[in-house]
Ligand binder design. Sequence first.
Ligand code: RFL
Ligand code: PHB
Length: 389
Amino acid sequence: MRTQVAIIGAGPAGLLLSHLLHLDGIESVIVETRSRADIEATIRAGVLEQGTMDILNESGVGQRMRGQGALHHGFELAFGGKRHRIDLTGLTGKAITVYPQHEVIKDLVAARLAADGQILFEVSDVALHGVDTQTPSATFMHNGEARSIEADFVIGCDGYHGVSRPAMPAQEQRKNFQRIYPFGWFGILVESAPSSEELIYARHERGFALVSTRSPTVQRLYFQCDPADHVDNWSDDQIWAELHARLENHDGWKLAEGKIFQKNIIGMRSFVSTPMQSGRLFLAGDSAHIVPPTGAKGMNLAVSDVKLLAHGLEQFYKKGSGERLASYTDDALKRIWRAEYFSWTMTRLLHTFAEATPFEREMQRAELENIVTSRAMATALAENYVGAF
Ligand code: RFL
Ligand code: PHB
């Protein structure tokens, strides 16, 4: 098989890239290890920055998002028994949309298939070859047959555990930056109307908690936990008791309970691997960087990488210039490091660190007080949250 751009992975990065390239008249093929049903059902992120909404709308895949997504003009910070609103729109003129990642995936898969785009699901043994030549290729197994795709470019959109980053040449010269946090998030999906119109990020001595939503009938709730814990160690009653304890407040607000129908624990890390290009192989999204979910940046960063790549590839094919592709790593890293910084800040600000001294805990509380009493501090937080950088 021969194509212009071979894309490894059908997550938000790979699917959106293929869609944007198609709109520019550039051909691509996606290979994905999982099934369509599986990628369309995996619960992950929920917050879309304005820039992410804009690109989905401008590229014609925003219709369901506009109908089913919830536009949020602010969120709340809760600590010391009180809730404080961060007025995102008042402070930045922008908003965010809560619309589940797997719905974005469904919209993009539908758009690619409607345009006769090629997505090969359930492939295995993916290997990359000749990435430092003009004719890189990917080999893999599909429906029991050994297959190969030759392309002008290979784009690794295969997430943190994919094969693309390890296939980058000169591994010994790669720079990896990493922080693994000593906690994870216990996430649940609940059958009930949202308890709050806006997201609530709560700091409590027992640990962080987050109230989010998925739809008018489903809530998404998280609480900080031991990353090595297992969901089966927690009864539903224990989960509710923990959430109530962390979200208790003095203004009478109550968390709505309902049937818990999904539970998972995610680990938390900050990670950046550079360079994001070697020859004709480029990395985008989680294959090159990871953020802890506290800043809600993961999927948004994948989208911004892909926007840069789509422009670079368009310039290459339409104008014969590799200039924007050559500066991809530097251009992408500017935004990535801002998002890494913000996600780390939010994580540090809101979680309980077992090793923190009483002094450090007071500093954490004082920083939160600063944010909710200083318009300048709140504006900086809001700008980062909506992605105005
Ligand atoms: P993805 O979404 O991981 O997609 C990669 C795709 O590549 C496939 N793949 C391969 N395909 C072919 N060959 C191989 N060898 C392959 N190896 C893997 C995978 O099956 C998959 O379909 O990466 P992408 O596109 O870069 O998108 C990034 C976002 O998905 C990610 O940043 C966010 O979802 C991160 N994240 C969260 N972010 C938030 O902002 N809020 C959240 O609540 C949140 N929850 C999460 C998350 C990430 C999670 N992961 C990665 C474990 C919850 C989880 C569980
Ligand atoms: C979510 O709804 O899953 C969500 C929202 C905000 C975050 C992380 C996850 O910061």
